[in-house]
Design a protein around this ligand. Structure first.
Ligand code: DX5
Ligand code: ZN
Length: 251
């Protein structure tokens, strides 16, 4: 089955004086999920938005999936308020949750899809025991806190590892990536196996928001199509190569 690619514009890089209009432009350009970064100034060195901003945006944009990325220490205290304000997906950091399993179930009990996030220095195996209960795993490809940082290439290995684990354990979680997603990185990111692509700077910071979103989504979908193509050809037609075939190809 073809991979479904979602572009999740991150409003962190939008103009907050015209948040609704900027968010709508990114969705018009092809954004399929709206990514909302919540920071507390403790877990990460920055402050952003809380439930009232979610609720206002929800009135302006009633239908699209709100992907709430909590970069806060006391997630359990705020999950009910974010759910009430219109979040559909809520993800929490493995590093910030002492009782991660409980927190993920709490998210679900409020009618939202639970996601778990890992920072660049956290290995994938820290998630072994929650992969069965999450809707998505978010791999941070920058250290969280700010937009417009450089993509950390090691994140690609983590995405590949997650895709392999998902396959071998027959699980269904989706793989999301956040940080430094742009035209020059998105091909490798999609080829590694990421399906939900968070992008702030590349969508909102310069030029036309609609056009930026559209080009990024197009680049991602082209990479996904190329990734799928050899698999289709192999299964549809290719006979097994003889030794001499292989030799001819190598020379
Ligand atoms: C960073 C946030 C990101 C941020 C990504 O802590 O979680 O969602 O907006 O920004 P870009 O796409 O600019 O790297
Ligand atoms: Zn984020």
């Amino acid at each position: 089955m073809a991979t479904v690619i979602d572009l999740a514009p991150s409003i962190l890089s939008a103009n907050f004086a015209q948040l609704g209009a900027d968010a709508k432009a990114a969705l018009d350009g092809g954004g399929t999920v709206l990514h909302l970064d919540v920071m507390d100034g403790h877990f990460v060195p920055n402050l952003t938005i809380g439930p009232p901003v979610f609720a206002s945006l929800r009135k302006t944009i009633p239908d699209v999936t709100f992907d709430c990325h909590l970069m806060i220490e006391n997630a359990d205290e705020f999950i009910p308020a974010f759910a009430e304000a219109g979040a559909n997906w809520i993800s929490v950091h493995q590093e910030a949750c002492v009782h991660l399993d409980r927190t993920l179930h709490l998210i679900e009990s409020h009618g939202c899809k639970p996601g778990v996030v890992i920072n660049p220095a956290t290995p994938v195996h820290m998630l072994d025991d929650v992969l069965e209960i999450v809707h998505h795993v978010l791999v941070m490809s920058v250290n969280p806190g700010f937009g417009a940082q450089h993509f950390i290439p090691n994140s690609l290995k983590k995405v590949e590892t997650l895709a392999r684990i998902r396959e071998s354990r027959g699980l269904e979680f989706r793989i999301e990536i956040d940080g430094g997603v742009a035209l020059d990185t998105v091909g490798d990111i999609v080829r590694a196996g990421a399906e939900i692509l968070v992008a702030g700077n590349a969508v909102f910071a310069h030029g036309d928001i609609r056009e930026n979103a559209s080009k990024l989504l197009q680049a991602a979908r082209s990479a996904a199509a190329v990734k799928a193509a050899p698999r289709l050809r192999r299964t549809a037609t290719a006979p097994r190569s003889s030794k001499s075939d292989l030799h001819r190809r190598r020379t």
